[in-house]
Design a protein around this ligand. Structure first.
Ligand code: NCD
Length: 316
């Protein structure tokens, strides 16, 4: 297997893309590129995380993120523990911090946490010795999803600088939106956030983005569109008249796609509500990189794990 370049991050945690510098983001993208070659030699494992213990502490549902982190950690030689709140002592009244501290007492190097409360990973980072990775905190940030979205755009378009990226849908409740905004603006992309007025937070322009409430109006200008899921689980009701109306105005279908640039790149973090944000023929069509994003997620997470607690090859 080709040896890895020496790349480092001078931070113990990954809590959000807001606090990363442009250089730190480029470092993770470059390192992830090396790991994409590993996927082609899938049976071989690296040993950079040998002897390390990584725990998945997920208090919200997850398919892609959790499995991708587990596989990434195993590919680097770590032991992986999986925590699920149902069936754990949180149902007996144990607090979040106590649960985490007890798991840490078994000898943990990294905690990957997903929680419905904004700031939960930041709280853990204050209380634990272990490194903490935010795998999604409420509607705040989901940094590895942001990184894999950015990685996929760079891989397919070759660069980020000067691209116009539309973030479409439920901006108000989307942690993916916030991580995309922080990451992409640092790398020189222009962001347009687009959704019904009730799903676009007031004052979001302060993050350096343009706001639109018409997908048809912005579509011809976009090089990339990231279709964000309606976060029904985080919404109060009545934020838009009906799902059918939402799909008609903000959903991506074949007819609407004709108004886009011929090489428009379509992303979606998943899970998708087929027929709401995106029709099946578009989700599975030539513009879509949805499954490519999932593949890239593995390489990006290997890069993040390595930067936070990996050992150089000769010591591993
Ligand atoms: C995202 C999440 O959980 O925030 N999903 C994911 O990690 N792939 C987006 C979503 O749930 O809509």
């Amino acid at each position: 297997m080709p040896s890895l370049p020496r790349m480092t991050w001078d931070r113990p945690h990954l809590l959000g893309l807001e606090e990363l510098t442009r250089d730190e983001i480029v470092t993770v993208l470059d390192l992830a590129e090396h790991f994409t070659h590993d996927s082609q030699e899938r049976r071989k494992k690296r040993a950079n995380l040998a002897g390390k213990v990584v725990v998945n502490l997920f208090f919200e549902p997850s398919t892609r993120t959790r499995m991708s982190f587990s596989l990434a950690a195993r590919r680097l030689g770590a032991d992986v523990l999986d925590f699920s709140p149902s069936g754990s002592s949180t149902s007996k009244g144990e607090t979040f911090i106590d649960t985490a501290k007890n798991i840490e007492a078994m000898g943990i190097d990294l905690v990957i946490v997903r929680h419905a409360a904004t700031g939960a990973p930041h709280l853990l980072a204050q209380h634990l010795q272990a490194g903490v990775i935010n795998a999604g905190d409420g509607a705040h940030e989901h940094p590895t999803q942001g990184l894999l979205d950015i990685f996929t755009i760079r891989q397919i378009r070759g660069h980020l600088d000067g691209l116009t990226v539309g973030l479409v849908g439920d901006i108000a409740h989307s942690r993916v939106a916030r991580s995309n905004i922080h990451g992409l603006t640092k790398l020189g992309a222009k962001i347009i956030v687009c959704g019904p007025p009730t799903l676009v937070p007031r004052g979001i322009e302060e993050l350096g983005v343009e706001v639109s409430h018409s997908l048809d109006a912005i579509l011809p200008r976009c090089d990339v569109i990231n279709m964000l899921r309606i976060q029904f689980e985080r919404q109060r009701s009545g934020l838009f008249p009906s799902i059918t109306e939402y799909a008609r105005l903000f959903g991506m279908d074949s007819a609407r796609l004709k108004k886009a640039k011929p090489d428009l790149l379509l992303l979606a973090p998943g899970p998708i509500n087929r027929g709401v944000e995106i029709t099946p023929e578009v989700a599975d069509g030539p513009h879509s990189a949805i499954l490519k994003q999932v593949t890239n997620g593995l390489a990006v997470r290997m890069a993040v794990l390595h930067l936070l607690c990996g050992q150089p090859e000769e010591m591993a």
